[in-house]
Write a protein that binds this ligand. Structure first.
Ligand code: ZN
Length: 342
């Protein structure tokens, strides 16, 4: 194998073969990162040379460049995209607007990574980069955002990934989370498209500014420990924000979405005082006490917080959701409308 050349200032002279053979379940961005390191380049340097947005590559972009790198490396194949990405494209909900460095895109499983580092070498799995990913399918632990300082140059100038012991701390996922996460990663099962649309719509709703005029922080702030931020948040739900947002936001949103989705109304034991008051105040208008047992439902809280524009936009999407959530959503919309007009 010939020694790879470092790129010179003349782009035409850059020689970037060979690339390593991909692992079976490797993300495209990971394969490109390992190719970069083989050429003593940082990952972003490799991406700049080929004009590749690494996160977009995981979402199906840059097929031509990937084929070219494989061809020059005498490889017959390069990593595929995750089935969830194909599934999102099929239902017309794939968004390839990506604006991040790759380390702001990668999630990882602490167990898998620790095993990699003492085994055949580190690589990022396809399943950590697909938009709905939230737990490791193998270890059933919550994925974590890739540490942004993990890529470094060693003393001899070689780029590599360095992890510390603390990076391998893990949190086990609850059974309800595992059940939902497992369903979401299988586009082939019947009804997946409805669940996918539900997840994307809830993600968009969580990013809405939720005051009456859309002036308050996004709903996500109230559902998670993610602080208020100014980068995202409109008066109306966006479109498929979850697909291309950075890893910390995506994992936070998925945590919130899964808790919204996996809530069982039968377990609701109490309803907030303000909601009981609302139902009482509106009883003459035909709002029935039967709504109350479901008022502990977090969907109620979400819809009640939405501004009018956001609630209307969201209500038009509800018909595409799975039937069991649709019933909850209709009740939530009614209570949300009452709250907004109280
Ligand atoms: Zn794992």
């Amino acid at each position: 194998m010939t020694e790879p050349q470092r790129p010179t200032s003349n782009r035409a002279n850059w020689s970037l073969s060979p690339a390593p053979a991909p692992f079976e379940d490797e993300a495209r961005s990971s394969w490109l990162a390992r190719a970069a390191h083989r050429h003593h380049l940082a990952t972003f340097e490799m991406a700049a040379i080929y004009g590749i947005d690494l996160a977009a590559a995981d979402l199906g972009s840059h097929e031509t460049q990937l084929a070219e790198i494989a061809r020059r490396s005498r490889l017959s194949d390069w990593p595929a995209v995750h089935p969830v990405v194909d599934g999102l494209a099929l239902i017309g909900r794939l968004e390839r607007r990506v604006r991040h460095r790759v380390e702001d895109w990668w999630a990882y499983c602490p167990h898998c990574l620790e095993a990699d580092l003492s085994g055949n070498g580190l690589y990022v799995r396809q399943q950590w980069c697909e938009p709905f990913s939230v737990i490791c399918a193998h270890h059933k632990v919550w994925l974590r955002p890739w540490p942004s300082s993990a890529e470094t140059r060693t003393i001899d100038g070689q780029p590599s990934f360095v992890f510390t012991e603390g990076d391998f701390a893990f949190r086990e996922a609850e059974p309800a989370v595992i059940q939902t996460a497992t369903l979401l990663r299988q586009p082939a099962i019947a009804g997946w498209d409805r669940w996918a649309m539900l997840v994307l719509d809830l993600g968009d709703a969580l990013l809405c500014r939720c005051g009456p005029q859309g002036q308050e922080p996004a709903a996500l702030f109230e559902f998670t420990d993610f602080g208020p931020w100014s980068g995202i948040g409109a008066r109306r739900p966006g479109r498929n924000e979850l697909v291309s947002c950075d890893v910390a936001l995506r994992l936070t949103m998925m945590r919130a979405i899964i808790s919204l989705v996996s809530f069982d109304p039968a377990t609701a034991t109490s309803s907030p005082n303000w909601l009981r008051e609302l139902v009482r105040a509106n009883s003459r208008a035909g709002v029935r006490r039967e709504l109350l047992p479901g008022c502990g439902d977090p969907l109620f809280r979400l819809f009640a917080r939405m501004n009018d524009d956001a609630a209307n936009a969201l209500s038009r999407r509800v018909e595409q959701w799975p039937a069991e959530v649709r019933v909850r959503a209709h009740a939530a919309l009614l209570v949300g409308a009452l709250a907004n007009h109280a």
